[in-house]
Design a protein around this ligand. Sequence first.
Ligand SMILES: Nc1ncnc2c1ncn2[C@@H]1O[C@H](COP(=O)(O)OP(=O)(O)OP(=O)(O)O)[C@@H](O)[C@H]1O
Ligand SMILES: Cc1ncsc1CCO
Ligand SMILES: [Mg+2]
Length: 286
Amino acid sequence: MEEKDATPPKPSTDTSSDWARMAWTHLDAVRRRAPLVQCITNLVSMDIAANVLLASGASPAMIHSIHEIPDFTPKVDALYINIGTLSAEWVPAMEMGAKAAIEVNRPWVLDPVAVSVSSYRMEACLKLILQKPTVIRGNASEILALSSARRISGAKGADSDHESIDALDAAKSLAKSSGAVVAVSGAVDFITDGDRVISCSNGVQMMQKITATGCAVTALIAAFVAVDPWNALQATASALSVFGLAGELGMEMANGPASLRMHMVDWLCRLDEGTVTARVRLSCRS
Ligand SMILES: Nc1ncnc2c1ncn2[C@@H]1O[C@H](COP(=O)(O)OP(=O)(O)OP(=O)(O)O)[C@@H](O)[C@H]1O
Ligand SMILES: Cc1ncsc1CCO
Ligand SMILES: [Mg+2]
C-alpha cells in the first residue's frame, strides 16, 4: 500500500452530506493506496470478492494455506475470514491467520456465513471471535445467532430469515461483548460499535439474488478498514454505502441478477466524487 501513513482526514459527521463525503474519502483512499487484502474465504465467493476488491482499487489475495500464512499474513494491510464453506482443514488456517494479523496490528474482518447451521460452525466462529476481529458483518439471522452464541431455529443456510432491524439489539450486544464493530446487512444496513449506530439505506433488493454479495461486501469492508483502521465504524459504513450505491446504479442497467452483478462491478470502478457525495445515504441513529 502506498502512502502507508496517510490515513484519510477524519470526516465531520454532522449531516448526511458529511457522511457521503466521508464515504468518498474512504473510496478515494482505497483507490490511491490499493490495500493488500488477504482473503481466507469460501469457494463460492472467491471470484466475486476478488473482483469487487479489484474494481474498488484494492489488491485481493486468496491465500489460505497454513504453510504460507507465516510468511504472507504479516505483510497484508487487512485480513478477511469467511466461514462459508468451512471444513476441517480451513479452521487452523483461519485461526493462524487471525493470530498473525493481530500480532502485527492489522485489522481483520469476519463473515460468519450460516453460523446457525451446525455446532461445528458456531464453535469455530466463537473461537475466532476470541482473536478480536475488527469488524463482524453478517445478515440478520447470522448476527442474531452469533450474539446469543446459540443456533436459532428457522435459520436457513446462507440466506437470512430475518429483517436487519430485528438484529439491531443483537448487533449492539455482540459489539459490546466482542469489542468488534458489528454490521448487519439487509434492506437497511446497521453498523454499530455497541453505542453508536449508523444506518445505510443504499442498495437494491435484487442484490440478494446474486450469491455471495454479502461475502463480497465484507471483503470490501476489510479494504476500507485497511485505509482507516482507527475509525472502523465509519470505514465499515462507507464500504456498505459504496457497495449499495454500485448496486443501485447497476440496477438501472440490469435485466436480472447476472447482469446486475456485472454492472455493479463496473460501477464500483466508475464511481466518481459527484455521484458518491450526491447519492450515499448514511445517517446516525443514536
Ligand atoms: N432488501 C434489500 N434492499 C437493498 N439492499 C439489500 C437488500 N437485501 C440485501 N441488500 C444488500 O445486499 C448486500 C448483501 O447483503 P445480504 O444481507 O443479502 O448478505 P448475505 O445474506 O450475507 O449474503 P451472502 O451470504 O449471499 O453473501 C448488502 O450490501 C445489503 O445492503
Ligand atoms: C451459497 C453459499 N453456501 C455456502 S457459502 C455460500 C455463499 C453465500 O454466502
Ligand atoms: Mg452471508
